[in-house]
Ligand binder design. Sequence first.
Ligand SMILES: CC(C)(COP(=O)(O)OP(=O)(O)OC[C@H]1O[C@@H](n2cnc3c(N)ncnc32)[C@H](O)[C@@H]1OP(=O)(O)O)[C@@H](O)C(=O)NCCC(=O)NCCS
Length: 154
Amino acid sequence: MIVQLKPANLSFREMQLSDLDAVIQIEMVNFPFPWTVGNFTDSINSGYTCLVLEMAANVIGYAVLMMALDEAHLLNVSVAPSQKGKGFGRYLLYHMMQISREKGGLNMFLEVRPSNISAITLYESIGFNEMGVRPGYYPAQKGRENAILMGVAL
Ligand SMILES: CC(C)(COP(=O)(O)OP(=O)(O)OC[C@H]1O[C@@H](n2cnc3c(N)ncnc32)[C@H](O)[C@@H]1OP(=O)(O)O)[C@@H](O)C(=O)NCCC(=O)NCCS
């Protein structure tokens, strides 16, 4: 496992309902079909691991993880537009993988749009492989878009 340097003013904490304004602002810019406040609230209330990454008390990223026995399913990962390309996405991913291991996860899975090249490049660089395709998984401007299912051993 590659360990990254952790800047002093960078920290993870559990997502609170009071974070959702900041989270939704990022979500709306980052995704063509963003999660709603309700989606995040449901995830928090369902006991999923919902974390925000803070830098100097500002939310700069977040992730949502669902565990099912030894399978970790990463439902959302996102970095604020102004903070992309600085290594925070990779840092978030490694952190969620470590948490998954601590919860007994043996494999991590996620879905990604085939058009999301930056995310796919990140996942592949960490060791994720394509496991299959979920036809029509995502809403799209015209109809539906497939998802690539990717997975990595933890
Ligand atoms: C995908 C995302 C989380 C990556 O976060 P990030 O902080 O920008 O990524 P990092 O700076 O940690 O980059 C890690 C790696 O990702 C890849 N990557 C990041 N941006 C890229 C880009 N624009 N093009 C190609 N590869 C890219 C590279 O492999 C990079 O490694 P390198 O810097 O050694 O080349 C971020 O772009 C994001 O929030 N996107 C919108 C939300 C989203 O699509 N989430 C994933 C849903 S499945």
